[in-house]
Design a protein around this ligand. Structure first.
Ligand SMILES: NC(=O)c1ccc[n+]([C@@H]2O[C@H](COP(=O)([O-])OP(=O)(O)OC[C@H]3O[C@@H](n4cnc5c(N)ncnc54)[C@H](O)[C@@H]3O)[C@@H](O)[C@H]2O)c1
Length: 438
Protein backbone atom coordinates (compact mmCIF):
# COMPACT_ATOMS: atom_id res chain seq x y z
CA UNK A 1 0.00 0.00 0.00
CA UNK A 2 1.23 3.47 -0.83
CA UNK A 3 1.77 6.81 0.89
CA UNK A 4 -0.31 9.26 -1.10
CA UNK A 5 -0.91 13.02 -1.10
CA UNK A 6 -3.95 14.48 -2.84
CA UNK A 7 -3.64 18.20 -3.62
CA UNK A 8 -7.07 19.86 -3.75
CA UNK A 9 -9.83 18.59 -1.48
CA UNK A 10 -12.90 19.51 -3.54
CA UNK A 11 -15.62 17.20 -4.84
CA UNK A 12 -13.01 15.04 -6.60
CA UNK A 13 -9.96 15.32 -4.32
CA UNK A 14 -11.79 14.58 -1.09
CA UNK A 15 -13.67 11.57 -2.46
CA UNK A 16 -10.47 10.30 -4.10
CA UNK A 17 -8.54 10.73 -0.85
CA UNK A 18 -11.17 8.97 1.24
CA UNK A 19 -11.62 6.24 -1.38
CA UNK A 20 -7.90 5.52 -1.75
CA UNK A 21 -7.58 5.40 2.05
CA UNK A 22 -10.43 2.89 2.08
CA UNK A 23 -8.41 0.80 -0.39
CA UNK A 24 -5.77 0.59 2.35
CA UNK A 25 -3.42 3.42 1.34
CA UNK A 26 -2.09 6.07 3.73
CA UNK A 27 -3.51 9.33 2.40
CA UNK A 28 -2.93 13.01 3.15
CA UNK A 29 -5.52 15.38 1.67
CA UNK A 30 -3.97 18.84 1.22
CA UNK A 31 -5.67 22.08 0.31
CA UNK A 32 -4.69 25.71 0.02
CA UNK A 33 -7.82 26.78 1.94
CA UNK A 34 -6.95 26.56 5.62
CA UNK A 35 -10.60 27.04 6.63
CA UNK A 36 -11.57 23.95 4.62
CA UNK A 37 -8.76 21.90 6.14
CA UNK A 38 -9.76 22.99 9.67
CA UNK A 39 -13.35 21.99 8.97
CA UNK A 40 -12.19 18.56 7.80
CA UNK A 41 -9.96 18.14 10.86
CA UNK A 42 -13.05 18.76 13.02
CA UNK A 43 -14.94 16.02 11.18
CA UNK A 44 -17.09 18.45 9.15
CA UNK A 45 -17.59 17.84 5.43
CA UNK A 46 -17.38 21.07 3.39
CA UNK A 47 -20.06 20.05 0.89
CA UNK A 48 -23.06 17.74 0.64
CA UNK A 49 -22.26 14.30 -0.72
CA UNK A 50 -24.16 11.16 0.41
CA UNK A 51 -21.99 8.60 2.19
CA UNK A 52 -18.84 10.72 2.23
CA UNK A 53 -18.83 11.52 5.95
CA UNK A 54 -19.05 7.83 6.88
CA UNK A 55 -16.19 6.99 4.48
CA UNK A 56 -14.03 9.80 5.84
CA UNK A 57 -14.77 9.08 9.51
CA UNK A 58 -13.95 5.40 9.07
CA UNK A 59 -10.59 6.06 7.47
CA UNK A 60 -9.62 8.89 9.84
CA UNK A 61 -10.42 6.62 12.80
CA UNK A 62 -8.25 3.89 11.32
CA UNK A 63 -5.37 6.38 10.84
CA UNK A 64 -5.23 6.08 7.07
CA UNK A 65 -6.57 9.56 6.25
CA UNK A 66 -5.44 13.01 7.41
CA UNK A 67 -5.80 16.63 6.31
CA UNK A 68 -3.30 19.45 6.01
CA UNK A 69 -2.73 22.93 4.63
CA UNK A 70 1.04 22.31 4.68
CA UNK A 71 1.16 21.25 1.05
CA UNK A 72 4.98 21.32 0.70
CA UNK A 73 5.46 18.95 3.61
CA UNK A 74 2.72 16.62 2.36
CA UNK A 75 4.44 16.39 -1.04
CA UNK A 76 7.77 15.55 0.60
CA UNK A 77 6.21 12.73 2.65
CA UNK A 78 4.47 10.80 -0.13
CA UNK A 79 5.44 8.53 -2.99
CA UNK A 80 2.36 9.21 -5.11
CA UNK A 81 1.01 12.76 -5.56
CA UNK A 82 -2.43 13.34 -7.06
CA UNK A 83 -3.29 16.74 -8.53
CA UNK A 84 -7.05 17.32 -8.03
CA UNK A 85 -7.36 21.11 -8.14
CA UNK A 86 -10.01 22.89 -10.19
CA UNK A 87 -9.68 23.62 -13.91
CA UNK A 88 -12.48 26.16 -14.39
CA UNK A 89 -13.49 27.79 -17.62
CA UNK A 90 -11.71 30.93 -18.84
CA UNK A 91 -13.78 33.57 -20.65
CA UNK A 92 -12.25 32.19 -23.87
CA UNK A 93 -13.83 28.79 -23.13
CA UNK A 94 -10.38 27.24 -22.58
CA UNK A 95 -9.55 25.44 -19.34
CA UNK A 96 -7.81 27.58 -16.74
CA UNK A 97 -4.64 25.66 -15.88
CA UNK A 98 -3.24 28.22 -13.43
CA UNK A 99 -3.98 26.09 -10.33
CA UNK A 100 -2.54 22.98 -11.97
CA UNK A 101 0.65 24.80 -13.00
CA UNK A 102 1.04 26.41 -9.57
CA UNK A 103 0.77 23.00 -7.93
CA UNK A 104 3.22 21.47 -10.45
CA UNK A 105 5.77 24.14 -9.54
CA UNK A 106 5.33 23.37 -5.84
CA UNK A 107 5.73 19.64 -6.53
CA UNK A 108 8.96 20.29 -8.45
CA UNK A 109 10.35 22.40 -5.62
CA UNK A 110 9.56 19.68 -3.07
CA UNK A 111 10.60 16.59 -4.98
CA UNK A 112 12.94 14.90 -2.48
CA UNK A 113 12.82 11.27 -3.70
CA UNK A 114 11.30 9.34 -6.63
CA UNK A 115 7.57 10.00 -6.92
CA UNK A 116 4.71 9.33 -9.30
CA UNK A 117 2.86 12.54 -10.13
CA UNK A 118 -0.69 11.83 -11.18
CA UNK A 119 -3.31 14.20 -12.56
CA UNK A 120 -6.96 13.60 -11.62
CA UNK A 121 -8.11 17.08 -12.69
CA UNK A 122 -9.67 17.25 -16.14
CA UNK A 123 -6.96 18.86 -18.27
CA UNK A 124 -6.64 19.55 -22.01
CA UNK A 125 -4.72 17.10 -24.12
CA UNK A 126 -1.05 17.98 -23.90
CA UNK A 127 -1.21 19.27 -20.31
CA UNK A 128 0.75 16.28 -19.06
CA UNK A 129 3.79 17.53 -20.98
CA UNK A 130 3.34 21.05 -19.53
CA UNK A 131 3.16 19.65 -16.00
CA UNK A 132 6.34 17.57 -16.52
CA UNK A 133 8.15 20.63 -17.93
CA UNK A 134 7.09 22.78 -14.96
CA UNK A 135 8.16 20.12 -12.47
CA UNK A 136 11.52 19.68 -14.22
CA UNK A 137 12.14 23.45 -14.25
CA UNK A 138 11.64 23.63 -10.50
CA UNK A 139 13.46 20.52 -9.24
CA UNK A 140 16.21 21.51 -6.82
CA UNK A 141 18.18 18.25 -6.47
CA UNK A 142 18.96 15.26 -8.69
CA UNK A 143 15.81 13.25 -8.29
CA UNK A 144 13.54 11.35 -10.64
CA UNK A 145 9.76 11.26 -11.15
CA UNK A 146 7.22 9.69 -13.49
CA UNK A 147 4.03 11.28 -14.70
CA UNK A 148 0.63 9.61 -14.99
CA UNK A 149 -2.76 10.81 -16.19
CA UNK A 150 -5.64 9.22 -14.26
CA UNK A 151 -8.90 11.03 -15.10
CA UNK A 152 -11.86 10.77 -12.75
CA UNK A 153 -15.35 9.75 -13.87
CA UNK A 154 -17.29 10.06 -10.61
CA UNK A 155 -20.65 11.85 -10.56
CA UNK A 156 -21.55 14.26 -7.80
CA UNK A 157 -24.44 12.84 -5.78
CA UNK A 158 -23.17 9.26 -6.16
CA UNK A 159 -19.44 9.89 -6.09
CA UNK A 160 -18.61 7.56 -3.22
CA UNK A 161 -20.19 4.60 -5.00
CA UNK A 162 -18.72 5.69 -8.34
CA UNK A 163 -15.23 5.90 -6.88
CA UNK A 164 -15.35 2.62 -4.96
CA UNK A 165 -17.04 0.69 -7.80
CA UNK A 166 -15.98 2.37 -11.05
CA UNK A 167 -16.86 1.09 -14.53
CA UNK A 168 -13.20 1.41 -15.45
CA UNK A 169 -9.94 3.02 -14.37
CA UNK A 170 -7.87 4.78 -17.02
CA UNK A 171 -4.15 5.11 -16.42
CA UNK A 172 -2.14 7.06 -18.98
CA UNK A 173 1.50 6.23 -18.33
CA UNK A 174 4.60 6.01 -20.51
CA UNK A 175 6.63 4.09 -17.90
CA UNK A 176 5.69 0.56 -16.80
CA UNK A 177 7.03 1.31 -13.33
CA UNK A 178 4.58 4.20 -12.86
CA UNK A 179 1.69 2.15 -14.25
CA UNK A 180 2.47 -0.69 -11.80
CA UNK A 181 2.59 1.77 -8.87
CA UNK A 182 -0.83 3.19 -9.82
CA UNK A 183 -2.19 -0.33 -10.19
CA UNK A 184 -1.00 -0.97 -6.65
CA UNK A 185 -2.78 2.20 -5.47
CA UNK A 186 -6.00 0.75 -6.94
CA UNK A 187 -5.21 -2.79 -5.80
CA UNK A 188 -8.69 -3.80 -4.53
CA UNK A 189 -10.20 -2.76 -7.88
CA UNK A 190 -7.51 -4.60 -9.79
CA UNK A 191 -8.09 -7.74 -7.71
CA UNK A 192 -11.86 -7.40 -8.29
CA UNK A 193 -11.27 -7.34 -12.05
CA UNK A 194 -12.40 -3.74 -12.63
CA UNK A 195 -11.19 -2.96 -16.17
CA UNK A 196 -7.93 -1.03 -15.83
CA UNK A 197 -6.91 0.54 -19.13
CA UNK A 198 -3.27 1.38 -19.75
CA UNK A 199 -2.92 4.08 -22.40
CA UNK A 200 -0.47 6.79 -23.29
CA UNK A 201 -0.92 10.15 -21.55
CA UNK A 202 -2.62 11.95 -24.46
CA UNK A 203 -5.13 9.11 -24.93
CA UNK A 204 -6.01 9.17 -21.26
CA UNK A 205 -6.52 12.95 -21.33
CA UNK A 206 -8.68 12.59 -24.44
CA UNK A 207 -10.82 9.78 -22.95
CA UNK A 208 -12.08 12.12 -20.23
CA UNK A 209 -13.13 14.89 -22.64
CA UNK A 210 -14.54 12.45 -25.19
CA UNK A 211 -16.67 10.81 -22.48
CA UNK A 212 -18.05 14.00 -20.95
CA UNK A 213 -18.73 15.64 -24.30
CA UNK A 214 -20.54 12.52 -25.53
CA UNK A 215 -22.84 12.52 -22.49
CA UNK A 216 -23.54 16.24 -22.96
CA UNK A 217 -24.29 15.54 -26.62
CA UNK A 218 -26.73 12.80 -25.64
CA UNK A 219 -28.56 15.16 -23.26
CA UNK A 220 -28.81 17.89 -25.87
CA UNK A 221 -30.02 15.34 -28.40
CA UNK A 222 -32.88 14.05 -26.23
CA UNK A 223 -33.79 17.63 -25.27
CA UNK A 224 -34.17 18.50 -28.93
CA UNK A 225 -36.19 15.33 -29.51
CA UNK A 226 -38.39 16.40 -26.58
CA UNK A 227 -38.91 19.84 -28.07
CA UNK A 228 -39.98 18.21 -31.32
CA UNK A 229 -42.27 15.82 -29.38
CA UNK A 230 -43.96 18.94 -27.97
CA UNK A 231 -44.71 20.13 -31.48
CA UNK A 232 -45.89 16.85 -32.98
CA UNK A 233 -47.76 15.34 -30.02
CA UNK A 234 -45.34 12.50 -29.29
CA UNK A 235 -44.32 11.40 -25.77
CA UNK A 236 -40.56 11.74 -25.25
CA UNK A 237 -40.50 9.24 -22.39
CA UNK A 238 -41.89 6.49 -24.56
CA UNK A 239 -39.51 7.52 -27.33
CA UNK A 240 -36.53 7.46 -24.94
CA UNK A 241 -37.56 4.15 -23.37
CA UNK A 242 -37.84 2.47 -26.77
CA UNK A 243 -34.54 4.01 -27.90
CA UNK A 244 -32.84 2.87 -24.69
CA UNK A 245 -33.82 -0.75 -25.26
CA UNK A 246 -31.48 -0.71 -28.23
CA UNK A 247 -28.13 -1.91 -26.93
CA UNK A 248 -26.34 0.34 -29.39
CA UNK A 249 -27.93 3.40 -27.78
CA UNK A 250 -28.38 2.53 -24.03
CA UNK A 251 -31.01 4.11 -21.82
CA UNK A 252 -28.64 6.30 -19.80
CA UNK A 253 -28.63 10.07 -20.30
CA UNK A 254 -31.82 10.00 -22.34
CA UNK A 255 -33.84 11.97 -19.80
CA UNK A 256 -35.01 15.33 -21.13
CA UNK A 257 -34.81 18.41 -18.93
CA UNK A 258 -33.88 22.07 -18.66
CA UNK A 259 -30.39 21.63 -20.11
CA UNK A 260 -27.25 20.20 -18.50
CA UNK A 261 -25.30 22.14 -15.89
CA UNK A 262 -22.74 21.42 -13.19
CA UNK A 263 -19.04 21.92 -12.90
CA UNK A 264 -18.05 19.56 -15.73
CA UNK A 265 -20.18 19.29 -18.88
CA UNK A 266 -20.45 23.03 -19.64
CA UNK A 267 -16.74 23.71 -19.24
CA UNK A 268 -15.48 20.43 -20.67
CA UNK A 269 -17.54 20.72 -23.87
CA UNK A 270 -16.24 24.25 -24.43
CA UNK A 271 -12.67 23.20 -23.65
CA UNK A 272 -12.93 20.34 -26.18
CA UNK A 273 -14.18 22.73 -28.88
CA UNK A 274 -11.17 24.93 -28.12
CA UNK A 275 -8.73 22.02 -28.18
CA UNK A 276 -10.12 21.08 -31.60
CA UNK A 277 -9.75 24.70 -32.82
CA UNK A 278 -6.14 24.81 -31.62
CA UNK A 279 -5.61 21.73 -33.78
CA UNK A 280 -7.27 23.26 -36.84
CA UNK A 281 -10.61 21.42 -36.50
CA UNK A 282 -14.19 22.53 -35.96
CA UNK A 283 -15.91 20.17 -33.54
CA UNK A 284 -19.35 20.66 -35.02
CA UNK A 285 -21.32 18.06 -33.03
CA UNK A 286 -20.15 19.42 -29.69
CA UNK A 287 -20.59 23.03 -30.80
CA UNK A 288 -24.19 22.09 -31.63
CA UNK A 289 -24.65 20.40 -28.25
CA UNK A 290 -23.50 23.58 -26.50
CA UNK A 291 -25.85 25.77 -28.53
CA UNK A 292 -28.76 23.35 -28.01
CA UNK A 293 -28.07 23.40 -24.28
CA UNK A 294 -28.17 27.18 -24.06
CA UNK A 295 -31.33 27.17 -26.14
CA UNK A 296 -32.98 24.63 -23.83
CA UNK A 297 -32.82 27.11 -20.96
CA UNK A 298 -34.60 29.69 -23.11
CA UNK A 299 -37.17 27.09 -24.21
CA UNK A 300 -37.98 26.44 -20.52
CA UNK A 301 -38.41 30.14 -19.80
CA UNK A 302 -40.66 30.53 -22.83
CA UNK A 303 -42.81 27.65 -21.59
CA UNK A 304 -43.25 29.40 -18.27
CA UNK A 305 -44.06 32.65 -20.01
CA UNK A 306 -46.68 30.91 -22.10
CA UNK A 307 -48.25 29.35 -19.00
CA UNK A 308 -48.44 32.86 -17.52
CA UNK A 309 -49.83 34.42 -20.72
CA UNK A 310 -46.64 36.46 -21.17
CA UNK A 311 -47.16 38.27 -17.87
CA UNK A 312 -44.00 37.74 -15.81
CA UNK A 313 -43.55 41.16 -14.25
CA UNK A 314 -44.85 41.34 -10.69
CA UNK A 315 -45.67 37.62 -10.59
CA UNK A 316 -44.62 35.56 -7.58
CA UNK A 317 -42.67 32.52 -8.79
CA UNK A 318 -41.41 29.65 -6.64
CA UNK A 319 -38.30 27.84 -7.87
CA UNK A 320 -38.03 24.27 -6.60
CA UNK A 321 -34.42 23.11 -6.70
CA UNK A 322 -31.19 25.07 -7.08
CA UNK A 323 -28.50 22.41 -7.41
CA UNK A 324 -27.67 21.24 -10.93
CA UNK A 325 -28.87 17.75 -10.02
CA UNK A 326 -30.23 16.01 -6.91
CA UNK A 327 -28.07 14.75 -4.03
CA UNK A 328 -25.52 17.53 -4.34
CA UNK A 329 -25.28 21.13 -3.17
CA UNK A 330 -23.28 22.12 -6.27
CA UNK A 331 -24.94 25.03 -8.08
CA UNK A 332 -22.17 25.65 -10.61
CA UNK A 333 -23.80 26.31 -14.02
CA UNK A 334 -27.14 25.06 -12.69
CA UNK A 335 -30.10 25.65 -15.04
CA UNK A 336 -31.95 27.00 -12.03
CA UNK A 337 -29.64 30.00 -11.94
CA UNK A 338 -30.44 30.82 -15.54
CA UNK A 339 -34.19 30.57 -14.87
CA UNK A 340 -33.84 32.85 -11.84
CA UNK A 341 -31.84 35.39 -13.93
CA UNK A 342 -34.50 35.42 -16.68
CA UNK A 343 -37.27 35.88 -14.09
CA UNK A 344 -35.52 38.67 -12.19
CA UNK A 345 -34.70 40.44 -15.45
CA UNK A 346 -38.40 40.43 -16.39
CA UNK A 347 -39.52 41.73 -13.01
CA UNK A 348 -40.80 38.59 -11.29
CA UNK A 349 -40.74 38.20 -7.49
CA UNK A 350 -38.73 35.02 -7.06
CA UNK A 351 -38.42 32.70 -4.11
CA UNK A 352 -36.66 29.35 -3.97
CA UNK A 353 -36.40 26.15 -2.01
CA UNK A 354 -33.72 23.49 -2.17
CA UNK A 355 -33.26 20.66 0.35
CA UNK A 356 -29.50 21.30 0.73
CA UNK A 357 -28.48 24.51 -1.05
CA UNK A 358 -28.82 27.65 1.03
CA UNK A 359 -25.90 30.01 1.63
CA UNK A 360 -24.05 29.60 -1.70
CA UNK A 361 -26.97 31.04 -3.65
CA UNK A 362 -26.86 34.25 -1.61
CA UNK A 363 -23.41 35.01 -3.09
CA UNK A 364 -25.04 35.16 -6.53
CA UNK A 365 -28.51 36.55 -5.70
CA UNK A 366 -28.23 38.35 -2.34
CA UNK A 367 -31.88 39.42 -2.46
CA UNK A 368 -33.35 36.04 -3.38
CA UNK A 369 -35.93 34.83 -0.87
CA UNK A 370 -34.55 31.39 0.06
CA UNK A 371 -37.37 29.58 1.82
CA UNK A 372 -36.72 27.04 4.53
CA UNK A 373 -39.54 24.75 3.48
CA UNK A 374 -41.29 23.56 0.35
CA UNK A 375 -44.64 24.88 1.64
CA UNK A 376 -43.20 28.36 2.24
CA UNK A 377 -41.82 28.45 -1.31
CA UNK A 378 -45.07 27.29 -2.88
CA UNK A 379 -47.47 29.43 -0.83
CA UNK A 380 -49.15 32.38 -2.59
CA UNK A 381 -47.26 31.92 -5.85
CA UNK A 382 -48.55 32.54 -9.36
CA UNK A 383 -46.46 29.62 -10.59
CA UNK A 384 -43.90 27.10 -9.41
CA UNK A 385 -41.08 25.67 -11.49
CA UNK A 386 -39.43 22.34 -10.72
CA UNK A 387 -35.79 22.77 -11.71
CA UNK A 388 -34.08 19.86 -9.87
CA UNK A 389 -35.45 16.32 -9.58
CA UNK A 390 -35.09 15.94 -5.84
CA UNK A 391 -37.28 13.11 -4.47
CA UNK A 392 -39.01 15.51 -2.12
CA UNK A 393 -40.51 17.26 -5.16
CA UNK A 394 -41.48 13.96 -6.75
CA UNK A 395 -43.50 13.03 -3.73
CA UNK A 396 -45.04 16.41 -2.85
CA UNK A 397 -48.71 16.58 -1.92
CA UNK A 398 -50.13 18.18 -5.06
CA UNK A 399 -53.61 18.66 -3.59
CA UNK A 400 -52.10 20.70 -0.76
CA UNK A 401 -49.90 22.60 -3.24
CA UNK A 402 -53.02 23.41 -5.29
CA UNK A 403 -54.71 24.86 -2.21
CA UNK A 404 -51.88 27.09 -1.03
CA UNK A 405 -50.81 28.55 -4.39
CA UNK A 406 -52.34 31.81 -5.57
CA UNK A 407 -52.71 30.38 -9.10
CA UNK A 408 -52.24 26.64 -9.75
CA UNK A 409 -49.56 26.79 -12.46
CA UNK A 410 -46.63 24.33 -12.61
CA UNK A 411 -43.75 24.01 -15.02
CA UNK A 412 -42.10 20.63 -14.47
CA UNK A 413 -38.75 20.86 -16.28
CA UNK A 414 -37.73 17.42 -14.98
CA UNK A 415 -40.89 15.50 -15.90
CA UNK A 416 -41.22 14.10 -12.40
CA UNK A 417 -44.93 14.76 -11.78
CA UNK A 418 -47.83 12.71 -13.08
CA UNK A 419 -49.58 14.66 -15.83
CA UNK A 420 -52.77 12.70 -15.08
CA UNK A 421 -52.70 13.77 -11.44
CA UNK A 422 -51.98 17.39 -12.39
CA UNK A 423 -54.88 17.31 -14.86
CA UNK A 424 -57.23 15.70 -12.33
CA UNK A 425 -56.47 18.25 -9.63
CA UNK A 426 -56.89 21.11 -12.08
CA UNK A 427 -53.40 22.51 -12.54
CA UNK A 428 -52.37 24.45 -15.60
CA UNK A 429 -49.05 22.81 -16.36
CA UNK A 430 -46.33 22.00 -18.82
CA UNK A 431 -43.25 19.77 -18.99
CA UNK A 432 -40.56 18.71 -21.46
CA UNK A 433 -41.85 16.68 -24.38
CA UNK A 434 -44.97 15.14 -22.84
CA UNK A 435 -48.11 16.67 -24.36
CA UNK A 436 -50.05 17.97 -21.38
CA UNK A 437 -51.04 21.63 -21.47
CA UNK A 438 -54.69 21.98 -20.48
N1 LIG B 1 -16.86 17.71 -9.72
C1 LIG B 1 -16.96 16.63 -10.49
O1 LIG B 1 -18.02 15.99 -10.58
C2 LIG B 1 -15.78 16.17 -11.30
C3 LIG B 1 -15.78 14.88 -11.85
C4 LIG B 1 -14.67 14.45 -12.57
C5 LIG B 1 -13.59 15.31 -12.76
N2 LIG B 1 -13.62 16.57 -12.23
C6 LIG B 1 -12.46 17.43 -12.42
O2 LIG B 1 -11.70 17.39 -11.21
C7 LIG B 1 -11.09 18.66 -10.97
C8 LIG B 1 -11.50 19.18 -9.60
O3 LIG B 1 -12.90 19.39 -9.61
P1 LIG B 1 -13.72 19.66 -8.27
O4 LIG B 1 -15.15 19.71 -8.64
O5 LIG B 1 -13.26 18.72 -7.20
O6 LIG B 1 -13.19 21.14 -7.91
P2 LIG B 1 -13.42 21.95 -6.59
O7 LIG B 1 -13.45 23.36 -6.98
O8 LIG B 1 -14.54 21.36 -5.80
O9 LIG B 1 -12.09 21.66 -5.73
C9 LIG B 1 -10.84 22.15 -6.05
C10 LIG B 1 -10.03 22.26 -4.76
O10 LIG B 1 -8.69 22.61 -5.09
C11 LIG B 1 -8.23 23.53 -4.12
N3 LIG B 1 -7.07 24.26 -4.67
C12 LIG B 1 -7.06 25.21 -5.65
N4 LIG B 1 -5.81 25.64 -5.86
C13 LIG B 1 -5.02 24.95 -5.00
C14 LIG B 1 -3.62 24.93 -4.77
N5 LIG B 1 -2.79 25.73 -5.43
N6 LIG B 1 -3.14 24.09 -3.83
C15 LIG B 1 -3.99 23.28 -3.14
N7 LIG B 1 -5.31 23.25 -3.32
C16 LIG B 1 -5.82 24.07 -4.25
C17 LIG B 1 -9.43 24.40 -3.84
O11 LIG B 1 -9.30 25.10 -2.63
C18 LIG B 1 -10.56 23.37 -3.83
O12 LIG B 1 -10.75 22.84 -2.53
C19 LIG B 1 -11.51 19.55 -12.13
O13 LIG B 1 -10.53 19.50 -13.11
C20 LIG B 1 -12.79 18.89 -12.62
O14 LIG B 1 -13.04 19.15 -13.99
C21 LIG B 1 -14.69 17.01 -11.49
Amino acid sequence: MKKITIIGTGYVGLVTGAGLADFGNEVICADILESKVNQLKKGEIPFFEPGLKELIDRNVNENRLSFTAEIEKSVQLSEVIFIAVGTPELSSGQADLSHVIKVSKLIGENLNFYKVICTKSTVPIGTGKKICKTINENIKSVVDFDYVSNPEFLREGSSVKDFLWPDRVVIGAEETKAFEILKEVYRPLYVNKTPIMHTNIETSEMIKYASNAFLALKISYINEIANLCDKVGADVHQVATAMGKDGRISSKFLHPGPGYGGSCFPKDTKALVNIAKENGLNFKTIEAAIIANENQKIVMFKKLKKLLQNQISGKSIGILGLSFKPNTDDIRESSSLKMISFLIREGAIVKSYDPVVSNQIKNIYPDLNCCSSLEECVADTDAIVIMTDWNVFRSMDLKKVFKIMKKPVILDTRNILSTHELNNIGFKHDNVGRKSII
